[in-house]
Design a protein around this ligand. Structure first.
Ligand SMILES: [Cu+2]
Length: 251
């Protein structure tokens, strides 16, 4: 092994150790707040991928940085030596990056999706129909309760520690259902009902944390950015009282 390879190897080791120290030593996902159990699956996947990306990034940076300094030319008009292909390096690079890519497709890719699906299986405690229109949401609860998000003081109220299933659709163009605190998104497609399930954990509301909002996440025209509404996660008793009161008004 030549001296340059050994130097790059040690540089890679040091950068990887430093990077992992920063990643593992910082609480990367203390914010945004997690409002649904499914959100932890997403955060865990991000954390795993970030930790895995460190040695890869460190490898590229070590090679580049070392080559910049070690093989630089001194004269302004001087050309460096031509770069030749190194066959075994090329094969090695192709094989291990392909292997790594296939690995992350399986974990946390497929395993994460299965875990989220598993959390969302079974009978939901509440079904909420959510319909996107330019540029507001119509939220249909049981008992004929409807919230249109352009109305004054409109909000999406949800019970805590509950499995809530959202049935999402659109009346016009593509929109997307997204509550940042729940981490997940699903497209709102005209003529189609897509679903997403969230298992709410902990009370929360938009005033304390703007991650508690329903936000359109698909550019849908001029007022797309205003297509949001506060979300409030309350106790089951409080939710039942809120729904009952709204049902009386609706009737
Ligand atoms: Cu939009």
């Amino acid at each position: 092994m030549n001296r340059d390879t050994v130097n790059v190897f040690f540089l890679w080791l040091v950068l990887t150790a430093l990077g992992e120290f920063v990643i593992l030593g910082t609480d990367l996902f203390s914010y945004p707040i997690v409002g649904a159990e499914e959100g932890h699956v997403v955060d865990d996947a991000f954390f795993f991928l970030t930790a895995l990306a460190v040695p890869v990034a460190a490898f590229v940076l070590s090679m580049l940085g070392y080559a910049f300094i070690r093989f630089r030319v001194s004269g302004p008009d001087e050309d460096g030596p031509p770069v030749k292909m190194h066959r075994s390096w090329a094969i090695f690079w192709l094989l291990w990056t392909t292997g790594l890519t296939l690995f992350v497709i399986v974990h946390p890719g497929i395993t994460g999706i299965l875990e989220i699906r598993h959390l969302g299986s079974g009978e939901p405690d509440l079904v909420v129909e959510t319909e996107g229109s330019r540029w507001y949401w119509t939220i249909n609860y049981p008992d004929g309760v409807t919230v249109k998000t352009f109305e004054e003081d409109a909000e999406m109220v949800l019970p805590v520690d509950s499995h809530v299933k959202f049935e999402v659709t659109s009346t016009d163009v593509l929109h997307a259902f997204w509550v940042p605190a729940f981490r997940m998104k699903v497209d709102a497609v005209p003529g189609l009902v897509t679903t997403i399930s969230a298992t709410t954990i902990g009370l929360g509301n938009y005033r304390d944390d703007p991650q508690y909002r329903l936000q359109c996440a698909e550019l849908c025209g001029l007022l797309h950015n205003g297509m949001d509404v506060p979300v409030r996660v309350v106790s089951v008793a409080e939710f039942d009282a809120w729904l009952a009161e709204k049902a009386v008004t609706a009737a």
